[in-house]
Write a protein that binds this ligand. Structure first.
Ligand SMILES: [Zn+2]
Length: 271
């Protein structure tokens, strides 16, 4: 186990970045081949600015937190700390259970970002994107990214999540976030069958609707089951997938929502 942990510490950044780039390129290619909805804004401008945001957030996390989620997870595993370590769970099931519990926490964290004004200030940066494609999946304000990291570190500590589960969860979360934000057209049958298990692009697109009842539903990022269990599931948008308007009512000016400066300053501006 010690060798595995050492291998993960050494290679975790390159593993994660490789998965991220591979998924991003795959989704971008699929958006080109099977696009779902016509985009409103210039793709080049949006992509450059949204990519700047993800580069900035990645550097910030590295500077502020380095590999702290991984280090905390190694510490709790080696010292048998955390709720999950109170039970004799076979390692394989411990990893699966940890991933499911981290996903449940992400679901409630997302609800919190919608329901508490202070958090919404920052989360609305993600929703102010007037188009919906793979780059929307990483358009988050740096302060939201920092708060999310703090919640993750506390969750790993309280639960006692093993390091391999943290890495697998991070890869699943970033890959599925790119997948379910992508502007791709899946057949109705494939969408329906996938949706029993994971959040699909059509399911999550509803969450980016301009209508507040749709905006405040479909909070899940990975497993689709949480929205069904906690009564926040919307099956389809009232205006239809192709016609529905993406974004926020208060930010409908193209120049106010695209540039990196407007993205960073948006939480501090009057709508
Ligand atoms: Zn949201």
């Amino acid at each position: 186990m010690k060798e595995l942990n050492e291998y993960i510490i050494l290679n975790e950044p390159i593993i994660r970045v490789s998965f991220f780039i591979l998924t991003l390129l795959t989704m971008a290619l699929l958006e080109y081949i099977i696009p779902k909805k016509e985009l409103l804004l210039s793709k080049v401008k949006r992509w450059i600015n949204n990519l700047c945001v993800v580069v900035l957030n990645t550097f910030l996390l590295k500077i502020i937190f380095a590999s702290s989620a991984i280090m905390i997870s190694i510490y709790v595993s080696e010292n048998n700390i955390g709720l999950l370590n109170l039970f004799e769970i076979p390692f394989f099931f411990l990893v699966i259970l940890s991933i499911i519990l981290l996903d449940l926490i992400i679901y409630f964290q997302h609800r919190l970002f919608h329901e508490v004004d202070f958090f919404w200030k920052f989360h609305k940066v993600h929703h102010s994107d007037m188009d919906y494609d793979v780059t929307t999946g990483f358009r988050f304000h740096p302060i939201e990214i920092i708060i999310s990291m703090l919640i993750k570190i506390v969750s790993i500590f309280i639960l006692g999540v093993p390091v391999i589960a943290v890495v697998i969860f991070e890869i699943i979360l970033s890959s599925l976030a790119l997948f379910n934000h992508s502007n791709i057209k899946l057949s109705t049958l494939l969408d329906k069958n996938l949706r029993y298990f994971v959040v699909t692009p059509d399911m999550h697109r509803i969450h980016h609707s301009i209508h507040s009842d749709e905006l405040n539903s479909n909070y899940g990022f990975n497993l689709s089951v949480w929205d069904r269990i906690f009564n926040s599931y919307t099956n389809k948008p009232k205006d239809g997938y192709e016609k529905m308007i993406i974004g926020l009512k208060e930010f409908n000016n193209k120049t106010e929502t695209v540039s990196i400066l407007s993205i960073l300053s948006l939480p501090f501006r009057k709508s």
